[in-house]
Design a binder for this molecule. Structure first.
Ligand SMILES: C[S@@+](CC[C@H](N)C(=O)[O-])C[C@H]1O[C@@H](n2cnc3c(N)ncnc32)[C@H](O)[C@@H]1O
Length: 245
């Protein structure tokens, strides 16, 4: 199943503010510092590069960063920030690269935008074909949080302040591991409706997908500061290399 919820102009127009509210802009430098060491002075490919939140600080560290995204609106945001990063429009679920990279990475929750298991495995096949023999793959994912749906639905409040009310309404389909949601952002007299669909993945399922293409887990962290991954972790950063290295 393809994901019909694209990052259109509506998403792109609020992306920086949205990621800022979620604390993601503040941690971008730390993310870049984490990733830099796996590039070994070489190159990196970001899957779902977006507005360059991570790619821009990584390229400022001297890494040759390239990226793919399927949203013209998001790619335009990045192009406005820098001309140093080569990008192309493609589906991360099935892409081909002419080059091979020291690092292929997928940050935030981006792998989950592929809403079927098949598409996620297919992404791993594309990753392995674009990776140098001694290259590294880094994937950040949230730990699935599906315990408190009632009747398959929930609404959460992310932010309420004098200016903004930010609500998220979600429907859960446990059979496909899909969550369909709408973020509703009320400001003053206006409301933005931001649709989203994802397929959540448990960390051990991710390891199995990686093993399907010959990758093996090398490290797993609870955050970009290399905090320990525990049962309380809300996300993980998983580092893979070819099995046998
Ligand atoms: C959550 S954003 C992450 C952006 C950036 N990596 C970051 O960490 O801020 C997901 C990005 O993936 C892109 N995207 C969604 N589905 C995609 C697909 N099937 N192929 C390529 N890019 C996709 C979106 O346009 C968006 O830019």
């Amino acid at each position: 199943m393809s994901n019909d919820f694209a990052y259109d102009e509506n998403w792109a127009s609020i992306y920086e503010q949205f990621t800022s509210i979620r604390g993601r802009v503040a941690e971008a430098d730390e993310t870049a510092a984490f990733l830099e060491r796996y590039c070994r002075g070489g190159s990196a490919l970001e899957l779902g590069i977006g507005d360059g939140r991570v790619a821009v600080p990584l390229s400022e560290r001297g890494v040759r960063v390239e990226g793919i995204d399927n949203s013209d609106s998001m790619l335009k945001l990045l192009a406005r920030r820098t001309g140093l990063i080569t990008t192309w429009k493609a589906d991360i679920g099935d892409f081909k690269s002419e080059k091979r990279y020291n690092l292929v990475y997928c940050a935030y929750n981006t792998l989950t935008v592929l809403v079927t298991r098949e598409a996620q495995i297919s992404c791993f096949r594309s990753i392995i074909d674009s990776l140098q023999d001694d290259g590294t793959v880094v994937i950040e994912l949230p730990v699935p949080d599906v315990g408190n749906f009632i009747g398959g639905q929930r609404t959460t409040t992310t932010l309420v302040d004098g200016e903004n009310t930010f609500l998220t309404s979600e429907l859960h389909d446990p059979l496909s591991q899909n969550v369909v949601s709408t973020h509703l952002w009320f400001t003053g007299t206006s409301v933005r409706s931001l649709p989203y669909r994802c397929r959540y993945v448990y960390h051990q399922e991710l390891d199995t997908m990686a093993e399907c293409v010959g990758l093996k887990l090398a490290e797993r962290w609870g955050d970009w500061a290399r905090g320990v991954f525990t049962e309380a972790s809300r996300r993980h950063i998983s580092v893979y290399r070819r099995a046998g290295l």
